[in-house]
Design a protein around this ligand. Structure first.
Ligand SMILES: Nc1ncnc2c1ncn2[C@@H]1O[C@H](COP(=O)(O)OP(=O)(O)OP(=O)(O)O)[C@@H](O)[C@H]1O
Ligand SMILES: [Mg+2]
Length: 326
């Protein structure tokens, strides 16, 4: 299952991603945690100290390796240089699984121990001022898109992505790559306005979007969110002393998380697990192709000097069948 946490800056994306990751890991499920936010905080939120977090390999710096591996023997992708972040897999491409070892994980993922379980953590890498201009920033989150576009994941295994709700994820189509998108919103007008924008983009693409209210202090906050987002409101989370202790560098064992927050995490998992029934690999592949053609036309063809529409394998559908024939 592919899950995104999005929302306004400071709303609690990283905090709720990390709690959800801990919750899933505690059930014994395999989890890949991905930090795709401009502010790289997921490692520390999972308990890494500063030195360990800084030593994480940056996916953004390993894009040639990622492309070269994923391209495999796909005859439609002549070289890694002509592969852009939206280039879809086709026959001959390499497919990634959650439970496996592969050169992409070797290069980009590191294990993080959480109480009695471990997850794999991948990070795009820190963004510098210069990245936020155009190309490099895109190529950094592009590594995550390549990962998502080649990942065949099943029930009871999870890839959780902490990301922003920025316009780049709309342009590239990254926002359509998830079984479930949790929009973290504080009970404020600004928090809710990000929801509206997201909902607008999501409408035409069948994106499963649920709102997780955060830093909710009472019934008035809950009423406000309910009034603003209606049935899209899945759960609310209040202030957590467990989170505060963790931020002081004294993480209690996860089993000591407050009961109501634990119930909220269970509700998130319930929503994710239910969404499995709605999974549609045909649609997933179609949307990949749709955004690839859009990106090819708007900048990719010019950048690579190739006709990137030719990379699309018309008979290919990502999914278990693609794995069987790979
Ligand atoms: N439920 C909560 N209980 C206690 N503290 C919280 C809670 N949610 C968020 N916080 C605190 O609020 C701050 C911002 O949260 P967080 O870093 O998760 O937000 P973010 O959306 O990831 O921000 P950014 O946009 O900067 O990445 C952090 O200090 C975090 O510990
Ligand atoms: Mg964050």
């Amino acid at each position: 299952m592919k899950i995104a946490f999005v929302g306004k800056g400071g709303s609690g994306k990283t905090t709720l991603s990390s709690l959800f990751i801990r919750h899933l890991a505690a059930t014994g499920a395999p989890v890949i945690a991905v930090d795709a936010d401009i502010n790289q905080h997921l490692g520390p939120a999972l308990g890494l100290d500063e030195a360990d977090a800084a030593a994480l390999p940056a996916m953004g710096a390993r894009i040639p390796l990622i492309k070269d591996y994923l391209r495999g023997s796909n005859p439609r992708i002549a070289s890694a240089d002509t592969m852009i972040k939206t280039t879809p897999p086709g026959e001959g491409s390499r497919i990634l699984r959650v439970r496996e070892d592969n050169p992409v994980y070797d290069a980009c993922a590191r294990p993080v121990e959480l109480d009695d379980a471990a997850v794999r953590l991948m990070v795009t890498g820190p963004f510098t001022e210069a990245d936020l201009g155009v190309a490099c920033y895109h190529s950094k989150t592009g590594a995550v898109e390549l990962f998502l576009n080649h990942l065949v994941d099943g029930r009871d295994e999870y890839a959780v992505v902490d990301m922003t709700a920025g316009s780049d994820s709309f342009a590239s189509g990254m926002f359509t790559r998830f079984d479930m998108t949790f929009l973290v919103a504080e009970p404020t007008r600004k928090g809710v306005s990000v929801y509206r924008q997201y909902k607008e983009y999501a409408r035409d693409f069948g994106v499963d979007l649920r709102v997780v209210g955060n830093k909710v202090q009472g019934q008035d906050d809950i009423d406000f969110l309910r009034e603003q987002v209606g049935d899209d409101l899945l759960v609310t989370v209040g202030h957590s002393d467990w989170v505060r202790a963790m931020e002081k560098g004294r993480p209690p064992r996860f089993e000591f998380l407050e009961d109501d927050n634990r119930r909220s995490l269970q509700a998130l998992q319930g929503a994710v697990d239910t969404s499995y029934e709605r999974r549609d690999w045909d649609r997933y592949t179609r949307q990949m192709v749709h955004f690839h053609l859009k990106n090819a036309q708007s900048w990719g063809n010019e950048r690579t000097g190739a006709d990137l529409a030719a990379q699309v394998d018309p008979d290919f559908v990502l999914g278990e069948r693609a794995v069987a024939t790979a």
